[in-house]
Design a protein around this ligand. Structure first.
Ligand SMILES: *Cc1c(COP(=O)(O)O)cnc(C)c1O
Length: 404
């Protein structure tokens, strides 16, 4: 390692809050599926910034839209209209079949905004007594890091010593429709759930689960809120993961790839009812819906569709998954995934997933462990067959090693 690499990592550790434990690589450039470190080594990015860089690093058309808009107008606040917001609304609503849009910045803000909105809907439309609204969530969920959200996490690391937390949440097992049916009360306003649990290690629910969930929510006048911040916008091989079961959420949350990684942009999409309850002054964000964010998001959505990235995710995802299944290694307990949202779960005896990620780094692949024994694989949706095969070769040689 050169002195400068040691410097970046040591300086981060010295001054920064130590709330992350990054793999020991310092990146300075990205293009498409590739990133380069400060020494000029090239890596295939198999994390895509947790699916935010689905369109590939520094996509030229998103870059051009961002630069063009930055020259013209970046921020007005919502005190005034701007000439990008309406176009963003129109395009995202047409793409997803939504009626109303609330623009925010981070994913967690979209989740918080949805929680506020469904509670308000519960009181003003469903008729739940004030202060009694209940929201059902799933064990092992990941919806972000705000106080409101970590309060209903089941991960001790996420919650410990951050309380006290807000009441009003009920936790049920993921993938269990009977548990949802049992948990619903007259005060239930929403069921907040990920179509596939990403941070939990790419956990796919049983087939038919969401069809049953949709029926239960409809029958009980409960809003189905799908957190598609990670699964949405093509990651699983469909525009929205809900399409795999042919259902429609009442509220859909988008973030991450909504900007192709250029800028934090998130959105709450809903039917008329839920976001329709918000009145002026009741919710807001200084940066939410700013013209720079809207211009970037419009370009990010356009290239996703026009360049066939969603179909490519389905095609290359199937190739990648099959290739992973074909690897004969005693270290592998299970391989799973949908589209380009993939995971390799190792046997606990095989050693920590982090060791395998570090070995992959040495072979030119950046991947990230999750929960000790799982390697998550989520390359940009622009990956080619040759690049998938290139990655599979390296994964095969790494996974047949023993790091226990
Ligand atoms: C990443 C993520 C979030 C939080 O997004 P941030 O932009 O980090 O706040 C919420 N929900 C899911 C499913 C996510 O993957």
């Amino acid at each position: 390692m050169s002195a400068s690499v040691i410097d970046f990592i040591a300086t981060e550790a010295r001054f920064g809050a130590r709330n992350y434990e990054p793999i020991g690589v310092v990146l300075s450039r990205g293009e498409g599926v590739w990133v380069w470190d400060t020494e000029g080594n090239r890596y295939l990015d198999c994390l895509s910034a947790y699916s935010a860089v689905s369109q590939g690093h520094c996509h030229p058309k998103i870059l051009a839209a961002m630069v063009e808009q930055a020259h013209r107008l970046t921020l007005t606040s919502r005190a005034f209209h701007n000439d990008q917001l309406a176009l963003f609304y129109e395009e995202i609503a047409a793409l997803t079949g939504s009626h109303k849009v609330l623009p925010m910045n981070s994913g967690a803000e979209a989740v918080e905004s949805a929680i506020k909105s469904v509670r308000k809907w519960g009181y003003e439309v469903k008729g739940v007594p004030d202060g009694q609204a209940e929201i059902i969530v799933c064990a092992n969920n990941f919806h972000g890091r705000t106080l409101g959200i970590v309060g209903f996490s089941t991960d001790p690391e996420t919650r410990t010593h951050f309380g006290p937390f807000a009441p009003g949440f009920r936790i049920i097992p993921f993938g269990d429709a009977a548990a949802l049916e049992e948990a619903i009360t007259p005060n239930t306003v929403a069921f907040l759930v990920e179509p596939i649990q990403g941070e939990a290690g790419v956990v796919i629910p049983p087939a038919g689960y969401f069809t049953e969930v949709r029926e239960l929510c409809t029958a009980n006048n409960v809003m189905l809120v799908l957190d598609e911040i990670q699964t949405g916008l093509g990651r699983t091989g469909k525009l929205l993961a809900e399409q795999h079961e042919g259902i429609e959420a009442d509220v859909t949350l988008l973030g991450k790839a909504l900007s192709g990684g250029f800028y934090p942009v998130s959105a709450v999409l809903s039917n008329n009812d839920v976001l329709g309850t918000l009145r002026p002054g009741q919710h807001g964000s200084t940066f939410g819906g700013n013209p720079l964010a809207c211009a970037v998001a419009r370009a990010a959505i356009r290239v996703l569709v026009e360049e066939g990235m969603i179909d490519n995710a389905a095609r290359q995802g199937a190739r990648f998954l099959q290739g992973l299944k074909d690897i004969r290694a005693n270290t592998i307990r299970e391989v799973r995934g949908r589209g380009l949202m993939l995971a390799v779960e190792l046997h606990p005896e095989a050693g920590r997933a982090r060791r395998y990620c570090e070995a992959l780094q040495g072979k030119g692949i950046l991947a990230k462990d999750t929960h000790e024994h799982t390697i998550r694989i989520a390359p940009p949706l622009v990956i080619t067959s040759d690049q998938v095969d290139w990655a599979l070769e390296r994964l095969a040689t790494t996974l047949t090693q023993d790091f226990s």
